[in-house]
Design a protein around this ligand. Sequence first.
Ligand SMILES: [Zn+2]
Length: 336
Amino acid sequence: MGWGWIGALALAAGAVGEGLGETFVLPTANRALYEPGQEDRYYVGTVGQPWVTGTFGCVRTRGQQFHEGLDIRCLERDAAGEPVDAVRATADGEVMYANRRASLSNYGCYVVVRHRIEGLEVYSLYAHLQDVRDGLAAGWTVRAGEALGRLGRTTNTREPISKARAHLHFELGLRASDRYAQWHQRNRPDTRNDHGEWHGHNLLGMDPAWILLEQARRGSHFSLLEFLRRQPELCRVLVRGGTFGWAQRHAALVLPNARAAREGTAGYEVALAFNGLPVRVTPRAASEADLSRRFQLLEVNEGEAQTRRCQSLVVRRDGHWSLSGAGERLLDLLAF
Ligand SMILES: [Zn+2]
């Protein structure tokens, strides 16, 4: 069976199934996300755990471990019990990366696609694929709903993914750095990076389920930019320096500040979501900020820090909050 055929079929199904004018479509034929009470038909939980462990957030190991995407259940299997569902691009975009060597990543075989939405560069990632569509490679233009590969259970972890738990791991995120490969080499020389810029650590996730459901609810009024700007902050940090990589890459998330515009930007005030995704960035002038340190923690949202603690970007010692090692590392990557 040729991939062209599956691709055309999936494209048609996507166009019919999702209606017109929506930015994001479901990445597989499973539509149970839109059926309240049917979550266990949409998500695959971890071994022996409920479906919620297949959602996005601090959902694993009693809230201590972050899951950065959705684990989506397959609908169809072949005679051997292997999944056959097509995995489709969630929006129009360009393929950035296709890893066909499952042994090189805990994502197994995976594909990364870039989308341009409301002035943002947004990335989608599709992991544990059984196989990647023939010929699919960086530079390919894909339409929303177009097939990228087949749902599977590939991974390089010691524990294989069982047939029963075969799923698509689906992420939506923004890119932390344009120079991840260089940063990785310098800061994590003990670990291999076979994927250049397309290492999972270079994508900062947002909740795809929330986005898809909000889009379904609000139709053409849905705005991804609004969604990001409204994310609750874990903390606000002042980053010293007149340039901040993230702000240059994501100008749509930068808020205006007349004083910095007039006097010059000496630093950036950055609001981080619980997982380190910068959701609001404000340039600061030297006259309105204490720039004695490279990263200065300004404020912590205690509610958020206590309820969503899996990334531990801030820590409390003797009643005082400070950036953790992980927090400092993340900011270093964002500023690199
Ligand atoms: Zn997953």
